[in-house]
Structure formats: C-alpha cells, structure tokens
Design a protein around this ligand. Structure first.
Ligand SMILES: [Zn+2]
Length: 316
C-alpha cells in the first residue's frame, strides 16, 4: 500500500510535496500513563512504512530540492528526549535513515519539561490526595489503579498547557517537591554530541520550551537566541533549522516570532500545522505531521489526504 503511494506520486496523481514527520519519544516498553508513545518494535515498523513510501532525505536538503517524481520525506523529533539517543538512533542507523532533532536546551543538565514533572508527580505520588490548591489546580484523588491515574493526568495537562509561563513555573516548582527522584529523561551534552557525530542534525526549539505566544517579545527573543547560542557552544557550530514549541500558527506562535527566528540567523522553521510542503510557501512555516494510522491502507490514505491539504500559514 505504501508502494501504491509511491506509484501514484510518480504518476503525478498526487501533488509533488515534501512530507515531514514529527515524533517526540519512543519507549522500550509500553508506558501505562502514556499509552500513545510507540514502543521500539512499533517505531521500527513505522520507519519501515516511511521507507517503503518515501526516499528519506535530510531536512535541510528539502529546502532547495526540485521535485523529480520521487516522493521525499524527512524525519524530525522535537524536544531532545534521551530515548532519541538510546532507542531511536540505533534504529535509524540500522535502517540508514537521517533525522533532525529539535532541542530545548534548558533540560540538558537533567531538568524535566513541565509535562514530565506533572506525569512523574501523578506516577510517583502516594495514593490519596494530590494537593495543588496552592497553585490553583485544586485537589486530585489518586488511587492505586494506574488507569485512574491516567484519567486524571490528561485534564491536568490541558489546564497547565496554556497557563502564562510564570503561573506554569509556579506549578512546576511545587511538582518538583513531589518528585524526589526524577528520572533523567532528556539528552545531556555528550548524548547531543553523539547524535551529531552519528550524522544526525540538531536544530533549535527555544531554551525553556515555553509557548512563544505566551511570552513578551523580549522574552521570546531571548528564548530563541539563547537556545541557539547554547547549541552553538555544545555542538561547535550554529544550528540552521528551528521548530516552534507546540507549533500551531496563531495559537502558539505569531508573525513577530517568525521574524525573531529569521533574525536569530536560522535558515528555515517548522510548525506542527498538518500538511506537506510545496517548496514555495514561507520556509519559516513549513508544515509537518504525525500519522495516527500505520496499517498499510490507513497510512497510504493519510499520506494522500495530507498531500492535498492546504496548510494554514500566518500571512506575511
Ligand atoms: Zn516541543
């Protein structure tokens, strides 16, 4: 079925667009609190599907490539999770695939992203009341049942997601005290260097991973520039590719942020708006997507749908 996509593309029955896949994490075994994260075995199959349908090229190479009837795609990972080095890199190497990793640099010394502080608090807290009234999130009852904990995690995460940055940081400060031994989830400096040495591309994703639209212009500029500077120090050369945190146009980033990314010295930037790139629209707002169906027929149908979709862009 994936080859049906390749065939239809060759015959130019599909628009000649470049597909960019976006992933975050892969786990060794199913995590009952985050059941949507693929296991290594599942992700290996997903990569095989991608490889059957596309010629996978480095993301930077997609920027000035002329369509020639060969369907091309790039693989990207956001945030900089440690499993990217531990589990994803060996798979990519085995299948000889290139990927780009967008890194939020505040977490390279062992800190967790806010969503993981929340997940680990809900995972590790003793049964009983999780009291977040002090920070405006009320009290949540946690039972011994992991399914019950999973059911409370989603709504808490949604509440936290669009809090202004200072309010969210206050919640994180309290969550820290509830997780005495946080796991090390993000790549450290030596792992980032190993990714680069293995031929992978590392790109910018802001320092703290705040949604840019929740920041003042000065804060947003600092987040973009400091992240780029940190990556330059860590890797020895300045990154040229950027991905917006969360990445929905209008909701998570605005026009001014597109300009800040350009001013910082980046060559191109990727959103999370669903779509495939026609090679002509704004290269600072290139769409990406994560397939949610990986069976042969479902995957091919999704690729076709995404090919025809007109992605939303912020106007110039
Ligand atoms: Zn991200």
């Amino acid at each position: 079925m994936s080859s049906a996509f390749r065939f239809a593309y060759r015959l130019r029955l599909l628009p000649q667009r470049h597909h960019v896949f976006i992933f975050h994490r892969v786990v060794a075994e199913r995590d009952p609190l985050m059941r949507l994260l693929p296991t290594v075995a599942e992700f290996a199959q997903q990569l095989e599907r991608i490889r059957a349908a596309f010629t996978v090229i480095p993301l930077a190479d997609s920027l000035d490539r002329q369509p020639d009837g060969t369907p091309t795609a790039s693989i990207t990972f956001d945030d900089g999770y440690r499993d990217n080095h531990e589990l994803v890199l060996p798979l990519l190497q085995r299948l000889q695939l290139h990927a780009t990793f967008f890194i939020a640099t505040a977490f390279t010394d062992g800190d967790l992203m806010w969503n993981d502080w929340l997940t680990e608090a809900v995972r590790q807290h003793a049964s009983g009341e999780l009291d977040l009234t002090q920070v405006g999130l009320g009290k949540t009852l946690l039972s011994d049942d992991i399914e019950q904990r999973r059911s409370v995690l989603g709504p808490l995460r949604q509440k936290l997601k669009y809090l202004p940055a200072p309010a969210r940081m206050a919640v994180v400060a309290q969550l820290r005290s509830l997780v005495p031994e946080p796991p090390r989830l993000m790549m450290n400096a030596s792992e980032l260097n190993a990714m680069q040495a293995a031929g992978m591309t590392l790109g910018g994703h802001t320092h703290d991973h705040h949604v840019l639209a929740t920041l003042t212009t000065d804060e947003a500029r600092w987040q973009i520039q400091h992240n780029r500077q940190r990556l330059t120090e860590l890797l020895g050369s300045a990154p040229t590719l950027f991905a917006y945190p969360n990445g929905k146009p209008g909701q998570d980033y605005r026009r001014e942020h597109v300009e800040l990314v350009r001013e910082a010295g980046y060559r191109a930037a990727w959103t999370t708006e669903h779509g495939a790139w026609n090679g002509r629209s704004d290269c600072f707002q290139i769409p990406r997507f994560t397939p949610w169906r990986w069976d042969g027929l479902g995957f091919a149908r999704q690729l076709a749908e995404i090919s025809f979709k007109t992605p939303q862009l912020l106007p110039a």
